[in-house]
Design a protein around this ligand. Structure first.
Ligand code: NCD
Ligand code: ZN
Length: 348
């Protein structure tokens, strides 16, 4: 028997669209289903100034399919040289929705990130004053810290001190991967802390990445953790708690760059995210909470209106056939394979 759910049109609160040929190929994949997306600024070179964000936004708008209403919400890449006044101008004009903090060296294209957090104090104070949220890549980069412990260490060493030193600063912990992260977010009761959760971290744990051969298409940062953490993320995402919302972290890399002796981090999920989420929420008996996670909690945190149109998902009798890869002029990009059949599809 087929089953149908409708949702306010969802938004993606953490998305990598890249530039050039990859942007042109992947932008339609997000534009098909999502109303808006927070666009990550980790290009090479990164999107640091308001002027760079404006130019990148124009390139994204040009990559949308004809007639698409998909709206990119731009972010600036925080560096130790970021000018608080440039951030304030770009935010006041509506061009920029948030600022992104990458600890230097934490992930793909993060070399320009922050080393000394005291050097960004002025920007953070300005952001707290004007109500511009900070999106954080929550991993320390200290080589002494085990990669599986880097999110928990970031909370104690960096995030909690920043939040205490900057009262009122609104922070999104991006792509949460641990129970520690879930618990820390739940300690916030004043609306200043939220977290995005990806689709793939609800589906894979570190065994999927490493058992029976190394699976480069499951390698992302923060790296998938133990099963107990995946279960904590599932519980948070499906709980109805408005502090948790969808940020796919869909992060395209060409197959040549993934299937390599030093493969890039990132799972490309834009194409099949919503059917996968319907599958996960159905498994958890929480289909009625999918709309909160994908369509309502994000706008509430960012102080933006919800989308007004709706999309429908149908559970069919036969598995949905998703493309295995998206072709780009730079080479193919493999679509995330959940490793099980999915019967949900987005109508239309
Ligand atoms: C992202 C990318 O490829 O830009 N990779 C990833 O594994 N998520 C960067 C990031 O968000 O860490
Ligand atoms: Zn990301």
């Amino acid at each position: 028997m087929s089953q149908r759910v409708t949702l306010l049109r969802p938004d993606d609160w953490h998305l990598h669209l890249r530039d050039g040929a990859v942007l042109r190929a992947v932008c339609p994949e997000s534009a098909r289903h999502f109303g808006r997306a927070i666009i990550m600024p980790n290009l090479v070179p990164p999107v640091v100034t308001g002027a760079e964000a404006e130019a990148y936004r124009a390139r994204i708008l040009a990559a949308r399919p004809p007639g698409s209403g998909f709206t990119p919400l731009m972010t600036l890449y925080l560096t130790e040289d970021t000018d608080p006044e440039d951030v304030a101008r770009a935010h006041a004009s509506g061009l920029v929705t948030a600022v992104k903090l990458y600890p230097a060296g934490a992930t793909t294209n993060s070399a320009s990130g922050v080393r000394d957090f005291d050097r960004v104090r002025g920007v953070l104070e300005k952001m707290a004053e004007i109500g511009c949220p900070l999106c954080v890549h929550g991993e320390v980069t200290d080589p002494e810290v085990d990669i599986f412990d880097r999110e928990a260490a970031f909370i104690d060493r960096v995030l909690d001190p920043i939040r205490r030193a900057t009262p009122g600063l609104r922070v999104v912990m991006e792509h949460l991967t641990t129970q520690d992260g879930v618990e820390y977010v739940k300690t916030s009761r004043d609306g200043t802390l939220g977290a995005t959760i990806t689709t793939h971290h609800l589906i894979i744990n570190r065994n999927h990445l490493l058992v029976g051969g190394i699976r480069p298409h499951y390698y992302c940062l923060p790296v998938a953790k133990r099963e107990e953490h995946r279960l904590a993320l599932r519980a948070a995402a499906t709980s109805g708690d408005a502090r948790f919302f969808l940020g796919t972290d869909s992060a395209p890399h060409t197959d040549a760059n993934k299937e390599s002796a030093c493969g890039c981090a990132g799972c490309f999920t834009a194409t099949n995210t919503l059917p996968l989420l319907a599958h996960v929420f159905e498994e958890e008996g929480a289909l009625d909470r999918l709309e909160g996670f994908a369509s309502r909690h994000g706008p509430a945190f960012y102080g933006l209106p919800e989308n007004t149109d709706r999309i429908a998902l149908t559970r069919g009798a036969t598995p949905t056939a998703f493309p295995a890869r998206i072709e780009t002029e730079d080479g193919p990009v493999t679509v995330f394979d959940p490793g099980f059949e999915v019967y949900w599809r987005v109508d239309g």
